[in-house]
Ligand binder design. Sequence first.
Ligand code: BMA
Length: 378
Amino acid sequence: MRSCIYVLGIAMLVAACSEKTVKEPTISEQLAERLQTLQPKGYMMGHQDDPFYGVTWSSLKSDKKTYAAWPADSSDVCRTVGDYPAVMGFDLGGIEMGDEKNLDSVPFRQIRDELIAHHERGGIVTLSWHPRNPVTTDDNGGRVQKFPAGSAWDVTDTTVVASILPGGSHYEKFQTWIQRIGDFLLTLKTKDGQPVPVIFRPWHENNGSWFWWGQKLCTDNEFHSLWCLLQDSLQMRGLTNLLWSYSPNLDGKWTEERFLARYPGNERVTLIGEDAYQWGTEADFVRDLNADLTFLSDFAKKNGKLLAMTECGLQNMTDSTWWTRVLKPQMDKYPISYFLLWRNASHEYFGPSPELPCAADFKKLYDADNTLFLKEIK
Ligand code: BMA
């Protein structure tokens, strides 16, 4: 009898252990594993708003009911090199108001369709969110009169973050905003009902002071509370398909102490990003980028995090060899998963287009062994 109980005990223990070891990874954990596996092969190329508009075309000008008639393969990256970006980025600014279109006039319906389509063709998707200023925007969802009033860039009021935290004057309003973004995120499912994995990158560039959640606009504690408020609310709604990316801006002067002051914590972040544009001189950009990527790659390695250039570029490609001459040599030195060039609008573009002088350089970038486009990650 005693030996029976002993055997039963062992069997239960083994069952419990194997239950633990076979626990299915969540959708975001599977995405993290995919990124880990791809990283040694090189870094993926990403582009914001890639399927919606380019330097010379736009699907948004067509009637909103007929947008589906727009060629489904429209993409400046694809038109230039014959392959899609591996990563596509989209922005949810405006979802908080219940708007039909985002801040760049892309219908959310179209964002959902293209995001799912990119996932289904084997690509990776990332979402940013430029919510309006909850204190200075009006409640009616009316377009603000004069930019940046009421927008994410409205930094006239330094009490915004405090006011949307529990007990704050705009807490209820922000709860509605979180509800709305959650509602949208919950619709990101494939035809057979599987949630689409998404790299989610809220409250980005928070070490600058150009967004209402920026460095001089809230305290370290307020920023932490803001991060947790959004993350906990979305996780409570079962959104386990979000891979959380913490993406400060190009800085050049990180110290561990400064970085940790606003870092949400290892249990809250899977990917550490860097938003890095060359706004000034090439020399300054290269210096600051290397300083940051040295610090961030070291931090990411020590803490088991992924690393990426979550936004980058040179506005309007004023130097047509910038990608292979300036950007690539720096990225080659660090274990980044991807780099995401910002959007190609007619007035501001960061990606290639066959009509532009930079197209030849982009083809060189495409031909390099360590740059990964869609076909190479499938
Ligand atoms: C900024 C600019 C804006 C745009 C915003 C959100 O960097 O490109 O024109 O509205 O991103 O996409």
